[in-house]
Each structure stands twice: as C-alpha cells, then as structure tokens.
Design a binder for this molecule. Structure first.
Ligand SMILES: [Zn+2]
Length: 228
C-alpha cells in the first residue's frame, strides 16, 4: 500500500474525533459537537461525496434522489433506520476515501496532514453522534471500526462501478438524515428561546450559537476539501 502515512493520518484523525466526543460528557458541549459535525457532514456531501460520485456517472444524480426519498419514507416509520443508514453511508465514504488516497493523492505533506485532521476529526464526531441510541462504548467501537475501513479501501481494489453508485446513494441518505437532525436539534432550542421567560436558563445554548457552530463545521469541511 502506497501512501500508508496518509491513510494512517486519516484513520488517527477520525479515531480522535470519536474519542473527543466520547470523552466529552457535558451535554451542552456534546450538543455543540453534534451541530459542528452535522454542519460539516452536509458540506462534505455537497463538496466532496456528490462530485466524486457523479464524475463520469450521471445516473448518480438519480441515485442521490432515490437515497434521499428512501430516507424521507423511512422517517415516517422510525428515526433509527435513518441514523444507521447514514452511519453506513459514512462507512462507504471511508472505503471510497481509501481508494482515492491510493489512486489520487501524493505522498504525505504537512498541508495534507492538516487537511486530513480537519476532514476526519469532525467525521469521527458525526459517526459517534449519529449512534445516540447505543451505549457510549459501543458507539466508540463502531466509530473506530468505521475508521479502519479507510485502509480496507486502500488495500482492496474496488472498482468505480461499485463505489460510485454506493456513494451516490449514501449522499442522498446522509443529506436527508443529517439535515433533518440538524433542523430538529436547532429548532428545539428555538422553542427554548421563545419560552425563555418561563424556563430557568441553565446554559447559553440558543439557535444563534448552534447555527453558528454548524456553519463553522461547514467552513472546516470546505477548507479541508481545498487542502486534501
Ligand atoms: Zn471524508
């Protein structure tokens, strides 16, 4: 495997992102990390996954729409399916990233290392935060396993004809699930702000803070895409 240092940087950064979330026990800080990760994920789908999935593969756009609609429908019945599907989408994204690292990336450089950290750290947080129905330890174990799919993609030759359709489907899935979740979380604090008079103000979480953190996450994603 060439570029094993780049692969290692990606894996370690994703692992660290999950670890930071794992070690953060304060629920306010966790909410902030969640919004950061979700804002990041939306931007990654738009700037990274969709362009890769649809390059020389125009049917990809239809698969994005199908993935999106499938999650809208699933959302009527249960929220869990969407969250697990989105985690699966991130897992597929990691395999694809492993493939790209070996085929398109040059050797490791300081810029690439920083880009890897900026990119994978929030992704580790996203996987962890989406698994909120499970125990923390299980969440961490799954997030760590997902990080290990990067070297799998780097070692096992997987053809574009398999990764592109899967990436396109997961793009639609992640976009809906993450977007829906972000709106749900932020709107919850919008209500809090309206009812502020009635509620005891325990912390400073409000719609402005949460939206700013999500936008900040999106900016990190944009910068990381420019660097890597
Ligand atoms: Zn990525």
């Amino acid at each position: 495997m060439e570029n094993y240092l780049v692969v290692a940087a990606f894996v370690i950064a994703e692992f660290l992102g999950a670890l930071i979330y794992f070690k953060t026990e304060d629920s306010v800080k966790r909410t902030l990390l969640t919004c950061l990760g979700l804002g990041f994920a939306i931007a990654v789908v738009l700037l990274d996954i969709i362009p890769d999935a649809t390059e020389d593969f125009s049917a990809g756009y239809w698969l994005i729409v199908i993935g999106f609609i499938a999650m809208v429908v699933a959302g009527f019945y249960t929220k869990s399916v969407g969250k697990y599907s989105a985690v699966l989408g991130l897992a597929i994204h990691n395999i694809a990233e492993g493939v790209i690292i070996t085929t398109e990336f040059g050797p490791i450089s300081p810029i690439l290392a920083v880009g890897a950290i900026l990119h994978k750290l929030p992704e580790g947080m996203v996987s962890f935060s989406l698994l909120d129905e499970l125990e923390d330890k299980t969440r961490f174990a799954i997030a760590a396993l997902i990080a290990l799919l990067i070297p799998v993609g780097a070692i096992v030759p997987i053809s574009d004809s398999i990764t592109k359709p899967l990436m396109a489907l997961s793009a639609g899935v992640i976009l809906y699930v993450v977007g829906n979740l972000l709106i749900t979380i932020i709107s919850k604090y919008y209500v809090t702000e309206i009812d502020k008079g009635k509620l005891s103000k325990k912390h400073d979480l409000n719609i402005t803070t949460l939206s700013s953190v999500a936008v900040f996450g999106a900016v990190i994603a944009w910068i990381s895409c420019l660097m890597a």
